[in-house]
Design a protein around this ligand. Structure first.
Ligand code: SAM
Length: 243
């Protein structure tokens, strides 16, 4: 999958050279292409922003350099399709379902803002707006890295074990069950007996129950849309009786 990024700070994407995403790049599973709108300016200061019409504080990103950067990527792809995503605080909150949807694309183009944000016309050239959460960052780059990581790790071959992506939080609309590794006892805290029992059916049942328990305690809203079996409902009743 190809990730195209329009950014004033391409260096911030060097983090994608590390760890599993670095390996995915080396293997050719993902390709990361950055471009800076400054390369499409015509003054000696390489200006990409200007004061807002109507007055007010802060600087607004000008449409011209962003349009040229997007055109450049289109030309590189020779018209092959992409999905353009603008990173903005008023965007739809990014979630695992976005990541799943994006991971089915061949190419996506992430557009990162800075300063007071984008000239409104830039919004009309993208397919959707995504927010990392209800807070304001200095720029869209951190949000774009999060989107790329969450998307790329769902691509076949990126995680060592594809089951890891299937089992974890949000994969099925529930939060992940508690995990333990060695040692068996650490600072007085032990590992639940069932996990050492070797009884795979009992382990699966315990994990499902703890996943439901954690979701109920921390994110009860997720249970409303999760697909629950009869057994899940029985486990939830059990949890309610234990409270
Ligand atoms: C300082 S912010 C601009 C905020 C803008 N004035 C507003 O009130 O919506 C600069 C850029 O950072 C990015 N950004 C900031 N917070 C973000 C968030 N929560 N999610 C995604 N991108 C964000 C956007 O690309 C934005 O254009």
């Amino acid at each position: 999958m190809r990730f195209e990024i329009v950014t004033l700070f391409p260096e911030l994407f060097d983090v994608l050279d590390l760890g599993l995403l670095g390996k995915a790049k080396d293997a050719g599973t993902i390709e990361v292409a950055t471009i800076t709108p400054r390369d499409f300016t015509h003054d000696k200061h390489r200006t990409v922003d200007d004061g807002p019409y109507g007055g007010g504080s802060g600087m607004v990103l000008m449409p011209g350099p962003f349009a040229a950067a997007l055109d450049h990527f289109d030309a590189q792809r020779r018209g092959a399709p992409t999905r353009r995503v603008l990173l903005t605080p008023p965007g739809v909150p990014f979630s695992q379902s976005h990541a799943r949807r994006f991971s089915r694309l061949d190419t996506m183009t992430l557009v990162c803002g800075r300063y007071e944000g984008f000239d409104e016309r830039i919004r009309s050239w993208v397919d959707e707006e995504v927010s990392l959460g209800d807070f304001v960052l200095l720029g869209g780059e951190t949000a774009a890295v999060a989107v790329i990581e969450a998307t790329a790790r769902l691509l076949p071959g990126v995680l060592g074990n594809d089951q890891s992506a299937a089992d974890e939080s949000h994969a099925e609309g529930l939060l992940e069950y508690p995990q333990y590794t060695r040692p068996e006892v650490f600072r007085g805290q032990g590992v639940p007996e069932v996990l050492r029992s070797g009884n795979h059916a009992a382990i699966a049942r315990w994990r499902r129950k703890e996943s439901l328990r954690r979701t109920l305690a921390r994110r009860p809203d997720l249970l409303e849309s999760a697909v629950l079996s009869e057994e899940d409902r029985a486990l939830l009743d059990e949890i309610a009786r234990e409270r």
